[in-house]
Design a protein around this ligand. Structure first.
Ligand code: TXA
Ligand code: MG
Length: 347
């Protein structure tokens, strides 16, 4: 299949009337699959009302079909068509954080979207993205769009159109290139279908920010402890894994340097994931800085690109520094721990 690529400047006005967006929207209406930028990561969109269209998402990504998708909307009217019994807390969160990187799991209306979107669950995950290109595409298509991250299953989520093209060229109808995404990690998934909201996946909106709006918010135990069965089906899969085994190191730079030397003596090529603060302080085969420790949002923003760069660098093993787990740090450590397959070395 030919994969079209359109470049769009997200700062233009009336984007929904742009020829590139219209062409992409037409393909969506014809039940084809199109990748588009959001403020978190690139999404792989398809008509959420069509079984045929949604099946193409699973096929292109190689995604297990028991892992449900997020429905992306551009109006509150679409929310009301898809979800029911929306609790007051969820309404307050919507007021505060939509459009933006917060996905709410709500009770779904019967037959409102394709069963393939919800993978047989009684609930549906919904978000209104804030990226102008995403909003324009949803509006121009007139459809709610089911969209997972636009990577091959098991690869880091794409934060650049190049990442999408590397994974999915020839497998999807088109890619809207709107430049680098913003947050760099996926949206926070919050289950609002019970009495107390539960974070199923930490992300762009932090626990602290959610609690300011609706008091107590719980975190699914599977995020905090290894070996717990997660409530969000997608969290049980090994995600975001670079080709070379990655270990997170809880320890000093000297300790990390010792680990590197040991591996090099075994004849292996070693990579270090650090920050701008550590970049010039190590010796290894490949040292990549992922943002600055002074600004954890810059770490989130770069993380997936850095994981992909390690794949291209040809190293045999990777050691990563560890990050504090407050604020956006919770999402960073969640993704990094998964990328590391829970390998953590403590000094
Ligand atoms: O930032 C994002 O959320 C990106 C952009 C493209 O919007 N999308 C994304 O989608 O990360 P995906 O498919 O890679 O992750 C969706 C997550 C999965 O962990 C899935 O299991 C969970 O949301 N999910 C979807 N529907 C659910 C439901 N009804 N109940 C619980 N978890 C659900
Ligand atoms: Mg994903």
């Amino acid at each position: 299949m030919e994969t079209k690529q359109w470049v769009v400047d997200k700062n233009q006005h009336n984007l929904e009337s742009y020829p590139q967006i219209k062409e992409a929207a037409n393909l969506l209406q014809a039940d084809e699959v199109v990748a588009f930028p959001t403020e978190t990561v690139y999404g792989l969109g398809a008509n959420a009302l069509s079984d045929e269209a949604v099946a193409k998402i699973y096929e292109a990504k190689g995604r297990p079909s028991d892992n449900p998708l997020i429905v992306h909307i551009s109006t509150i009217g679409q929310l009301q068509q898809i979800a029911q019994d929306i609790p007051e807390q969820a309404k307050s969160l919507i007021k505060k954080f939509w459009p933006g990187p917060l996905t709410l799991v709500l009770k779904r209306k019967e037959n409102a979207v394709s069963k393939k979107v919800t993978a047989g669950l009684e609930t549906v995950a919904i978000r209104m993205p804030s990226h102008p290109v995403a909003l324009a595409l949803i509006t121009a298509s007139g459809l709610p769009l089911a969209a997972p991250s636009a990577n091959l299953s098991g690869k880091p989520s794409p934060t650049l159109a190049k990442h999408v093209a590397d994974d999915l060229t020839g497998k999807i109808a088109g890619i809207l290139d709107g430049g680098a995404t913003g947050v760099g990690l996926e949206s926070t998934v919050l289950d609002c279908s019970g009495d107390i909201p539960v974070i199923l996946r930490p992300g762009g909106v932090t626990k602290e920010q959610l609690e300011e709006v609706c008091g107590v918010v719980e975190v699914d135990r599977a995020i905090l402890e290894e070996g717990q069965a997660p409530k969000s089906p997608g969290m049980k899969y090994k995600h975001y894994a670079p080709t070379a085994p990655l270990s997170i190191v809880n320890g000093s730079m000297e300790f990390i340097q010792t680990l590197v030397k040991e591996k090099q003596h075994e004849g292996l090529k070693v990579g270090i994931l650090t920050t701008t603060e550590g970049e010039n302080k190590y010796e290894a085969d490949q040292i990549i800085a992922c943002g600055s420790r002074e600004d954890l949002e810059s770490v989130a923003n770069r993380l997936y690109d850095v994981l992909r760069l390690f794949d291209e660098s040809g190293v045999d093993v990777i050691f990563s520094e560890s990050f504090p787990s407050e604020g956006i740090g919770q999402a960073i450590m969640n993704r990094l721990t998964k990328a590391a397959g829970h390998r953590i070395i403590t000094e």
